[in-house]
Write a protein that binds this ligand. Structure first.
Ligand SMILES: Cc1cc2nc3c(=O)[nH]c(=O)nc-3n(C[C@H](O)[C@H](O)[C@H](O)COP(=O)(O)OP(=O)(O)OC[C@H]3O[C@@H](n4cnc5c(N)ncnc54)[C@H](O)[C@@H]3O)c2cc1C
Length: 254
């Protein structure tokens, strides 16, 4: 495995389960510590995640991996507090009926946008029918064209920024809200219609996030130990060559 981030270590863990105790599994990483973007540090006697700090609990993969790794009793749901948005001089709950801040209807954003902004959302479904090219398009440019600037500035940018460390103008619709793009590809002719098609009929009350009581680093450690892989840290992989008879030759360099 090249890379001892959570992807490489999960692959090592899975390979051990598939291939059994006899297999020789090696994980190389340029860094001197395991985990890549997942790292838990100790500060004043407490453990803190300094990279990723939670996984989506509404998708099964990560929580199942935690359970499989024997960490079920450590799984916690970080907070039930919901997000809020400061707009029009007041702080309001993050509007329901939106997907990453993109509204399904004008009503959903009435407490957050100006009267003009709400009207623009209302009229979006009467704008020329939306079709998307197969490649990705700037989410910000599309939203500004369909709704004006307020949806981007008050809702989408702050939400996207928290997840992707970037703004809507520089991020793609297909990359960041694939379900909305898929709804347009499937025939929705406006963004509001596409978002409405992706929202669940009955909002779930299940927690959105899950993490481990002592930090996500616990998963990394457990995957590394459980995979019984040979760990080569501080060893960047410089070259990969396909061998004529099958397999790969890996050149490590300092
Ligand atoms: C600050 C921050 C917060 C985040 N918060 C969340 C969150 O709360 N929830 C969430 O789901 N996601 C979050 N993410 C994203 C998540 O952390 C990453 O998607 C995930 O950890 C990536 O795992 P990975 O194994 O694919 O890659 P990485 O963790 O990047 O691991 C790749 C590893 O490969 C090594 N490597 C690279 N090139 C070489 C080479 N040539 N030779 C040897 N080794 C090499 C690197 O040193 C690294 O250790 C966050 C990311 C950041 C940066």
């Amino acid at each position: 495995m090249v890379g001892a981030g959570v992807a490489g270590l999960s692959a090592a863990w899975r390979l051990r389960a598939e291939l059994g105790a006899q297999a020789r599994i090696t994980v190389c990483d340029a860094a001197s510590v395991l985990g890549g973007k997942v790292r838990t540090v100790e500060l004043a006697g407490r453990r803190f995640d300094v990279g990723a700090e939670a996984v989506l609990a509404r998708r099964p993969e990560a929580v199942e991996l935690m359970r499989e790794a024997g960490l079920a009793d450590q799984v916690v749901h970080p907070t039930l507090a919901s997000g809020s948005v400061r707009a029009l001089g007041r702080t309001a709950a993050l509007p329901k009926g939106t997907m990453m801040g993109i509204p399904a209807s004008a009503e959903s954003v009435a407490g957050v946008l100006s009267a003009d902004g709400v009207r623009a959302v209302e009229e979006e479904r009467h704008a020329p029918p939306l079709t998307l090219p197969p490649h990705d398009v700037s989410l910000g440019a599309l939203l500004r064209e369909r709704f004006g600037d307020e949806v981007v500035e008050r809702l989408v940018d702050p939400l996207l920024g928290g997840v992707y460390a970037g703004g809507a103008d520089g991020l793609g619709l297909r990359a960041t809200v694939p379900a909305v793009a898929a709804a347009v590809d499937a025939g929705a002719t406006s963004l509001t219609e596409a978002v409405a098609a992706t929202l669940p009929a009955k909002p779930s009350s299940a927690p959105v996030f899950a993490t481990l009581r002592d930090g996500l680093g616990g998963l990394v450690d457990r995957l590394a130990t459980g995979s019984a892989a040979e760990l080569r840290l501080g060893q960047p992989v410089r070259e990969l060559h396909r061998r004529p008879g099958g397999g790969w030759r890996v050149r490590l360099g300092a």
